[in-house]
Design a protein around this ligand. Structure first.
Ligand code: NAD
Length: 480
């Protein structure tokens, strides 16, 4: 399996001026090498995407559909290689990495379907007195060159969520993968070339976020920026992008409510997954759990037993449930946030110790307070914080006490309470009888408040990545 890549520009592999090593976060072993692009190389990638843009816009929908379908099929065939790359560079346990490849296949397939239904709508122009004898409709026009900037935690599927809809809409793309996880991005570029994507439609350039990313975002030939990553970088991109349309899929400190009448076994099982998948490095990671006072201690005891059973190990070991964080500084930061919470009165019920290079043992904190970093900020580690509530109104208030609003969960058997909570919670999505961590790739997905702007899911991303053009025909001269 190839793990050393050059830049991918205009359908060719281009030797970079500089390279960096990509390491397995769990043990620091070198997995591969990738280019550290400079501005001239990024300029070449943008120029290639710009040159190809008219051809991409002209490519018929059935060809877009065919290429995306072929890419999905090739990915399915290469599941093991992609899973190995995801596990190695992001540290995701290989069973979860296989799941990510399966989801990426779905994301590309849904994008292929959307390519065939990228339609505008009829506009009833003559519904207005001034529109008599006029016929109107809209077209969905490609925006042109789209800059796609992606994070480390889903190095394949979140890239497919950008490239799939962008190509379905007739755009070209310059992709900048996260520095920790560039190999999956280059493997994807290679796969698309094999699937028949013409030169220049997809260009991949890895390098420093501050340098390559800023340059891309500000470049006058880039028509739109689609970004997934932290709120801090997202706000910066918004400021640099000026008038360009920007989609921002940002972070969160997602919460779930476990009401007194909930199916506790279901809630415990789902919370164990939502709280600790990929060591909590998931944007819809379950960070805050609000349990009704009556069942809080039973719930917490059951969750602690589940957490105690997790197996810690190397990401390529099929038996591992938990591996490591993306790097040592993040492990140190998570340990610090836990220590600060304990200092301010929280109790650690399990875990929270450093184990090895970048591994943090899965932790449950109770008695946390809203102002603690472990509660108020995005912890992006294997930590859940529990508090008890007295009423559903209070619980919803606790969920909304956040600068973020990505997804939330509500466990209850009472449909009226569930729907009331779904309406009141300030989030992009509310999952009933599930954790905020639930996502299938065709659903509309995105946040409010500091969790972002715009929606993904191929159908919704396609709307963001195309421009509405209105066409009105004056029929005044037609036979009456
Ligand atoms: P990050 O913000 O550090 O980096 C994301 C990407 O931005 C990387 O490619 C990085 O190189 C690039 N970047 C950094 N500085 C830049 C700049 N000045 N200009 C342009 N690009 C720049 O995020 P990360 O640590 O890779 O990922 C974790 C974050 O992503 C978390 O906050 C997580 O919640 C969020 N996330 C959100 C979603 C979602 O769909 N809402 C999904 C996954 C991850």
């Amino acid at each position: 399996m190839k793990t050393d890549y050059d830049l991918f520009i205009d359908g060719r592999w281009v030797k970079p001026g500089a390279r960096f090593e990509v390491r397995v976060p769990y043990d620091g072993a070198v997995f591969g090498t990738a280019p550290k692009a400079n501005r001239e190389e990024v300029e070449q990638a943008i120029a290639a995407a710009k040159k190809a843009a008219p051809a991409a816009a002209r490519l018929p929908s059935h060809k877009r559909h065919e290429i995306l379908t072929k890419a999905a099929a090739l990915m399915q065939q290469r599941t093991e290689d992609f899973a190995r790359a995801i596990a190695s560079e992001s540290g995701k346990p290989v069973r979860e990495a296989q799941g990510e490849v399966g989801r990426s296949v779905q994301t590309l397939s849904f994008s292929a379907e959307e390519a065939r239904r990228n339609v505008g709508e009829m506009v009833p122009v003559d519904a207005h007195p001034g529109g008599t004898d006029r016929l109107g409709f809209t077209l969905r026009m490609p925006r042109g060159v789209i800059a796609a900037i992606t994070p480390f935690n889903f190095p394949l599927n979140l890239v497919c969520h950008k490239i799939g809809p962008a190509l379905a809409g007739g755009n070209t793309v310059v992709h900048k993968p996260a520095s920790a996880t560039p190999i999956c991005g280059y493997m994807l570029a290679e796969l698309f070339a094999e699937a028949g994507l013409p030169a220049g439609f997809l260009n991949t350039v890895s390098g420093s976020g501050g340098e390559v990313g800023d340059f891309l975002v500000a470049h006058p030939d880039v028509a739109m920026v689609t970004f997934t990553g932290s709120a801090e970088v997202g706000k910066h991109i918004r400021a640099v992008a000026g008038m360009k349309p920007v989609t921002l899929e940002l972070g969160a400190n997602c919460a779930a409510i476990v009401d007194a009448d909930a199916d506790l076994e279901l809630a415990v099982g789902r919370c164990a997954t939502g709280g600790f998948a990929h060591s909590g490095q998931v944007c819809i990671h379950l960070q805050r759990i609000y349990a009704a006072g009556k069942i809080a201690s039973d719930f917490t005891d059951a969750l602690r037993s589940r957490v105690a059973a997790f197996r810690i190990g190397h990401p390529l070991d099929e038996a591992s449930d938990v591996t490591s964080l993306i790097d040592e500084p993040n492990a140190v930061r998570v340990i610090q946030w836990i220590a600060e919470a304990e200092r301010d009165g929280a109790r650690k019920l399990i875990g929270g110790e450093r184990a090895g290079r970048a591994t943090v043992m899965p932790a449950i904190l109770s008695g946390t307070q809203p102002g603690m970093k472990a509660v108020a900020d995005e912890i992006f580690g294997p930590v859940v914080c529990g508090e008890a509530f007295d009423s559903i109104e209070q619980a919803v208030g606790m969920v909304n006490r956040s600068r973020y609003g990505l997804q939330a969960g509500v466990f209850t058997r009472d449909i009226s309470r569930a729907l009331w909570a779904a309406q009141q919670i300030e989030c992009g999505g509310v999952m009933i009888n599930d954790v905020p961590t639930f996502r299938v790739d065709q659903m509309p997905y995105g946040g409010v408040k500091d969790s972002g702007i715009g929606r993904e899911g191929p159908r919704y991303a396609l709307q963001e990545m195309t421009e509405t053009k209105t066409v009105v025909i004056n029929l005044t001269g037609a036979p009456k």
